[in-house]
Design a protein around this ligand. Structure first.
Ligand code: C2E
Ligand code: MG
Ligand code: MG
Ligand code: MG
Length: 294
């Protein structure tokens, strides 16, 4: 009886494996078509300065409008794209599209200070020696200045290949663009990379911001991360700010910038343009600066 049960479990496991492999293969096939059929779209989420209350940058976030399955989250397809190498073509598209869009906003939104764009890089993209050249040619083709492009990479991407990354970071810095550490605190790292590499910004991961106000351990960690960033001459951005209480806490503790649903969800280019035409401060609620402590 036990043996029979074991066998049937094995069969179930095998079937599940086969289904999973088939699902992955289907996503791969569909991803190839998606590039050709232009099924990707970029959404934009503002990153807001707590000092000026202005939008300092827009993070470009990819969306896949699948003809049958509807909107698919990047968390689902980026890993498959990464595994199959398709991420290189997708990543190139994201850089081109976001720079083109930014250039257009620079032309049309002349009343507001020029915005920057933040683009997420995948680990494969960030291990290509030609990335610097590729970005340089996108910048010159679109007319966007390097100082308006920020690249988001993770700690793990740096730790995996420190020698290669060191060369790449110097190249990218020489072009004049900024580098931000995304999801800070979740990766596998010894903090030593922070003083070995010239980086501009720490983006404190959403998991630390969640429960920040009530969880004293989290608030200690976030306080330390903000201080760490400042002591290294970097700025701190808090990701995933969802409540007014979190916003106030972050302001009181001198976090430089915030991003999250409280301020704005990611918006399509058309929605973002409409919002920006009303005001580049439109997302920010009045902040009680009188409560700031040192
Ligand atoms: P990320 O770079 O950390 O981006 C932030 C994610 O948090 C986005 O999810 C955003 O919609 C979500 N978010 C923002 N504010 C809040 C909030 O207040 N609450 C909650 N619960 N979530 C919030 P999204 O757009 O689904 O992207 C997920 C991840 O996919 C990104 O995480 C990034 O790692 C990756 N990704 C997105 N676009 C690209 C891309 O163009 N290239 C690459 N390589 N990866 C991308
Ligand atoms: Mg990001
Ligand atoms: Mg992030
Ligand atoms: Mg994150």
């Amino acid at each position: 009886r036990a043996k029979a049960l074991g066998k049937s479990r094995y069969v179930v496991f095998e079937a599940a494996m086969r289904d999973r492999v088939q699902a992955l293969l289907r996503v791969e096939t569909d991803l190839r078509a998606a590039i050709a059929n232009q099924e990707f779209q970029l959404y934009y989420q503002p990153i807001i300065s707590l000092k000026t209350h202005e939008i300092v940058s827009l993070e470009a976030l990819i969306r896949w409008q699948h003809p049958q399955r509807g909107l698919i989250s990047p968390q689902e397809f980026i890993p498959v794209a990464e595994e199959t190498g398709l991420i290189l073509a997708i990543g190139q598209w994201v850089l081109e599209e976001s720079c083109q869009q930014l250039w257009q906003w620079h032309q049309t939104l002349t009343e507001i200070p020029p915005l920057s764009i933040s683009v997420n890089l995948s680990r494969k993209q960030f291990s290509q020696a030609s990335l610097g050249k590729q970005i340089q040619s996108i910048l010159s083709e679109t007319g966007v200045s390097a100082r308006h492009l920020k690249l988001e990479i993770t700690e793990t991407m740096i730790m995996e290949n420190e020698v290669m990354v060191s060369e790449l970071i110097s190249q990218l810095r020489a072009l004049g663009l900024q580098l931000q550490i995304d999801d800070f605190g979740t990766g596998y790292s010894s903090l030593s990379f922070l003083h070995n590499f010239p980086l501009d910004t720490l983006k404190i991961d959403r998991s630390f911001i969640e429960g920040l106000v009530t969880d004293t351990e989290k608030s200690e960690i976030v306080r330390t991360m903000i201080t760490l960033a400042h002591n290294l001459g970097m700025t701190a951005i808090a990701e995933g700010v969802e409540t007014q209480a979190q916003l106030q806490w972050l302001q009181q503790h001198h976090c430089d910038c915030v991003q999250g649903y409280l301020l704005s969800k990611p918006l399509s280019a058309a929605q973002m343009q409409k919002a920006l035409m009303q005001s580049h401060r439109v997302f920010v609620q009045p902040l009680e600066t009188s409560t700031v402590v040192s």
